[in-house]
Each structure stands twice: as C-alpha cells, then as structure tokens.
Design a protein around this ligand. Structure first.
Ligand SMILES: Cc1cc2nc3c(=O)[nH]c(=O)nc-3n(C[C@H](O)[C@H](O)[C@H](O)COP(=O)(O)OP(=O)(O)OC[C@H]3O[C@@H](n4cnc5c(N)ncnc54)[C@H](O)[C@@H]3O)c2cc1C
Length: 390
C-alpha cells in the first residue's frame, strides 16, 4: 500500500509517523518547503534572534528515513489527478498513490487594506517568511503589526527584541479578544506595554502609506503611525487550492467527514487545510485530525472527536494560557475570578454543571498547566473546589 502525503507541517508529520508506527506500507511525503519539519510556534523566537535556524528543526532528515518515511523537500505538488490516483509535481514527474493525505495547511490572510502590495509589508507563516522579515528589519527603526492576537503579539515581541520601536494594532477594543475577557485583557495589556510595545486598540487600518515602500499606517479614525515595515497578523485561511482545482468539495477548507475523508475516493485531509464545522488553526486540532486520517488510511475505522481548544502565549516573561470557553454568552455558567493587576496576575475558571469548561491563567505557570489539562479532559469540579484552586 502506497501512502502519499502532501505537506511538511505538523499534520503531515504526525500522520507519517502514525502510518510508520502501524507499519502501513510505503510512506512518501512531499513538501514545498526547503527545510525539514520545524515547529511554527518557535518562529517568533527565531525572528527575535533568540534561537538559531537549526534549533527549529524537530528531527534531522535521517530520523524520518530510519522510520521508513521518505521526505521529499522542495517538492511542490502542482496538481491532483484523483481519477488516475496520481499527483503531478512541479518538476513534471507524476507520483502514484493508493491513499493520499492533503495536509497543505494554511496561508496568511491579508485583509483588503490599501497598500498591502508595498515593499515592507510581510506576514509570518513559514521559516522563509521569518528569514525575510529579519533581514528587512535590520534596516528599519519602526514597525507596525496589524493584529493583536497571539501571533501578532509574539511577532511584535520578536521585532522589539531586534531593537525596533513596535506598535501593535488591534481592531477590537481589547488585546487577545478570543483568549481573554475585558478584565484579563487590561492586566495583560500592561504586561505587553511593559515590554516596550505600543498598543493601539479599536484600530481599523485604512491604508499602508509610502511611495512604493512602507512609510506608515493610517487608521480610519485618522490616527497615524510612522513605520518602515508592516507585519500583517490577521489570521490564516485554508490552503485548499489543489483540492478545489481537482473538484473536491470545499467549505472554507477541504471538506472532510468524521473519518477525515474527503468526497474523493482514498483522499483524506487534516490540519489547517481541512474543514469540518469549524476552522481552529491550532496544533492540537491538526495533530488529532492527522492521527484519525492516518488510522483510516491504514485501514482502521477511527472517528474524529472535536478537541477542546487551548492556547499558550510564548512571550518570555509573560505566562498566559487560555483554554475552552472563556467568555460564555449563554446562561448557566459560573465564573470565578482572582485578579492582581500590580503583580500581572489574572485567573478565571468557567464552570457549567460542575464541569470545568474554560480557564484563563495569566501569571501562574504551574496552575496554567494543571488547569489546561483539566479543561481539555472536561474535569468535574464544584464551585468550592474551583475557588480553592485559585
Ligand atoms: C508563527 C506561528 C505561530 C504559531 N503558534 C501556534 C501555537 O503556539 N499553538 C498552536 O496551536 N498553533 C500555533 N500556530 C498555528 C499552527 O502552526 C498551525 O495550526 C499548524 O502549523 C497547522 O499544521 P498543518 O500541518 O495543517 O499546516 P502547515 O503547518 O501550514 O503545513 C502545511 C505544509 O504544506 C506544504 N504545502 C502546501 N501546499 C503544498 C503543495 N502544493 N505541495 C507541497 N507542499 C505543500 C507547506 O509548504 C507546509 O509545509 C502558529 C502558526 C504560526 C505561523
């Protein structure tokens, strides 16, 4: 049985390792990138100059070879041919498969803002992006980051560490609107500003200005920020082009069923490229989906169950974890909080029917780990037990 995997990210690698563990047959992995698998969450550290390129790689190529996984770098797949059970590589060669996994990931979303085509506008998704941004930043004094989410702030910290004056702009009235409530966000903002990052809230970008090269950012309310570079961190979209061109069903991503199977025979999808009800764009989901896809490719009958999302900010000196439902809007939730803004501490647990369904932990690393596990395993907890935890 010949398994072909398209992609070199976490979904691809997880599936390849699982197929190897199951001794499922031949495993051929084709990735457009020039580098062995690296962990995207570490890119901001690389951008900041805190780790070397080699430190990003999870394993050397020989590690995969020893497991029976053939990794083909710099091997972009140009076209799928589901009728012939083949894929066409950019170099013109055709690769046959018995079972195919599409794990083509995501691409940075660039909102329709005037001036995003100017020299000095970037987005951070790949190692090549990070290398290019670092090189460009060496000639800049000021940067604007459009997007006050996790990635935007981690990238802002990276640029700050390179010595630039950095402003992070967030469309919503608070930072990390998906991970924090208003009170927690206020505590968090003080910590971010303490790192020397300027924060602009309710910031709707009108245009990126400059003659050919970036010279600044103008907001719809008239605020202006001087900058020689702009980093757009406005989320990612499924990279579903190959699948769409081949006629597979698309629904904000490559549509999959609970087996992670697409509507084409013997073609599966997993990770940021796949779509099933919701696009999380996070590693725990990509991993869980890849394990299910690999099991089914190997002939098993595995079903995907939605995982509880959790996120951890990776900024040195700020420990923030947010998991599950943190800003419930319906009735029936119990929220328990502890806040100490001076110490940079904010903790909140959210219960429903004596189950821990969500948590924010800022400034308490040990508790964060424990609580994250409890949320993802849907731990039973009474109000009194929750209060004692904080
Ligand atoms: C800077 C940054 C920080 C992040 N931090 C976190 C974090 O802390 N926690 C978290 O949970 N998530 C984080 N994420 C999101 C996380 O990285 C993604 O959810 C995850 O990478 C998705 O994995 P994937 O394998 O589906 O796709 P990707 O990692 O995007 O990999 C897709 C792969 O497919 C390849 N590919 C695409 N098209 C083709 C083609 N035609 N032919 C061959 N190869 C192709 C690409 O080159 C790439 O190697 C972060 C993302 C970024 C960019």
């Amino acid at each position: 049985m010949r398994h072909v995997i398209i992609g070199g990210g976490v979904a691809s690698i997880t599936a390849a390792i699982e197929l190897a563990r199951r001794q499922a047959g031949e495993i051929e992995l084709y990735t457009a990138e020039r580098y062995p698998y690296y962990f995207r969450p570490r890119l901001p550290y690389f951008l900041a100059g805190e780790i070397a390129q080699e430190d990003l790689y999870v394993h050397p190529l020989s590690w995969y070879e020893n497991k029976g996984i053939a990794v083909h770098l710099d091997s972009k797949v140009e076209r799928l041919m589901p009728d012939q059970k083949r894929v066409l590589l950019a170099n013109g060669s055709e690769v046959p498969y018995d079972r195919l996994l599409l794990a083509t990931g995501g691409v940075s979303f660039i909102p329709p803002i005037e001036g995003t085509d100017k020299k000095g506008v970037f987005a951070l998704r790949t190692l090549d992006d990070a290398i290019t941004i670092r090189e460009y930043a060496a000639h800049c004094q000021e940067a604007v980051v459009i997007g006050g989410g996790l990635l935007g702030l981690e990238a802002a910290r990276g640029l700050r560490a390179l010595g630039l004056s950095v402003t992070a702009l967030e469309f919503f009235p608070r930072l990390l609107p998906r991970q924090l409530d208003a009170e927690g966000s206020a505590v968090f903002q003080r910590l971010i500003e303490g790192l020397g990052i300027n924060v602009g809230l309710q910031a709707e970008t009108k245009s990126i200005v400059g003659k050919g090269e970036v010279r600044g950012v103008v907001l719809k309310d008239g605020r202006e920020f001087a900058a020689q570079m702009v980093l757009v961190a406005a989320g990612a979209r499924s990279n579903a082009g190959l699948a769409a061109e081949a006629g597979l069903r698309i629904d904000r991503g490559i549509a999959v069923d609970e087996h992670m199977a697409t509507d084409a025979p013997d073609i599966y999808a997993a990770g940021d490229a796949a779509f099933r009800g919701r696009a999380w764009g996070i590693i725990p989901v990509a991993r869980a989906q890849a394990l299910v896809a690999a099991a089914n490719m190997a002939g098993d009958n595995a079903l995907y169950e939605e995982v509880v999302p959790s996120n951890t900010l990776k900024i040195v000196g700020i420990d923030l974890t947010s998991a599950g439902t943190v800003t419930p809007e319906d009735e029936g939730f119990v929220e328990i909080r502890r806040s100490d803004p001076e110490a940079g501490v904010y903790k909140k647990l959210v219960l429903k029917d004596n189950t821990l369904v969500g948590a924010i932990v800022l400034g308490d690393k040990a508790l964060a780990r424990k609580v994250e596990r409890m949320v993802t395993s849907k731990a039973q907890l009474s109000r009194e037990e929750a209060e004692a935890l904080l």
